[in-house]
Design a protein around this ligand. Structure first.
Ligand SMILES: [Zn+2]
Length: 94
C-alpha cells in the first residue's frame, strides 16, 4: 500500500498491456515483474508483485533487479512478493 493512493475499484485483467511494463533501471529492457515503493518517514522499502498500474512514486523492476535490490544503511527491505508458480520458473530455466 502506498499512502494517499485510493484502492483500485476496477479489477484489471491479467492480459492487460499494463502487465507488460519494462524494468525502470537504465539500460535494462527486461519485463518488469515487481514494483518497488518507498516510505521515507519509516525508512522502509517495499518489494511487491507488479502493480496493476504504473505510479509516479513507484518503480517497476525485472526479476534480476528485484532480486539484487538493496537498501541504504538503516533502511528495511520488505519483500512481499507473491511466490511465483513453479510452471513460470521452469519456463524461464528452460
Ligand atoms: Zn532490470
Amino acid at each position: 500500500m502506498v499512502p494517499g493512493v485510493p484502492p483500485l475499484l476496477t479489477p484489471v485483467p491479467l492480459t492487460s498491456a499494463a502487465m507488460t511494463r519494462q524494468c525502470a533501471r537504465p539500460s535494462c529492457d527486461r519485463q518488469a515483474v515487481a514494483t518497488l515503493s518507498y516510505q521515507y518517514s519509516a525508512s522502509v522499502v517495499w518489494l511487491e508483485s507488479l502493480a496493476p498500474e504504473p505510479h509516479p512514486m513507484t518503480h517497476d523492476l525485472c526479476d534480476l533487479h528485484a532480486e539484487s535490490q538493496s537498501v541504504p544503511m538503516g533502511w528495511e527491505l520488505r519483500d512481499e512478493r507473491v511466490p511465483r508458480l513453479p510452471l513460470a520458473v521452469a519456463a524461464e530455466i528452460g
